[in-house]
Design a protein around this ligand. Structure first.
Ligand SMILES: [Cu+2]
Length: 144
């Protein structure tokens, strides 16, 4: 009576169950690792290099040159500036004007009242411009 029908299962079955559990655990680890990247934030998306300054640098030694846009005219209509000068136009009319280079070198697009536009002249020459809204408004900048 020493070998009764005990609850003990055969050693082979126990080993098989243990092996199955190992497989399940392995699968869990694999799927867990596979799923992880979807929830993790992308390491490259958050880093943005600081944009370098594109603001025009003030030209040392050159006084700023101002041109008014007033009464449907550029005032003064002709200005003479040194190379490297920055010219700033300011619209003092209540209607929109533009500062548009005849040669397409610069274009302010439409300036509303008190709107301003600046351009730095780095080369010598005569730069004719006009208002695209009122083509009869003509003027020029002489750079020497
Ligand atoms: Cu105009």
């Amino acid at each position: 009576m020493a070998f009764g029908h005990g609850p003990q299962m055969p050693a082979g079955a126990a080993r098989w169950l243990a092996g199955g559990a190992t497989v399940v655990l392995t699968l869990l680890v694999i799927f867990g690792a596979a799923c992880q990247p979807y929830g993790a934030p992308s390491p490259t998306a958050t880093h943005t290099p600081a944009p370098s300054s594109t603001a025009p640098q003030p030209t040392p030694g050159q006084a700023p040159v101002e041109v008014e846009i007033s009464g449907f005219a550029f005032v003064p209509a002709t200005i003479t500036v040194a190379v490297g000068s920055t010219v700033t136009w300011t619209n003092q009319d209540s209607v929109p004007h533009t500062v548009t280079s005849d040669a397409g070198i610069f274009d302010s697009v439409r300036l509303g009242r008190d709107g301003s536009f600046s351009y730095s002249f780095a080369e010598r020459g005569t730069f004719s411009y006009h208002c695209a809204v009122h083509p009869y408004m003509k003027a020029k900048v002489v750079v020497e």
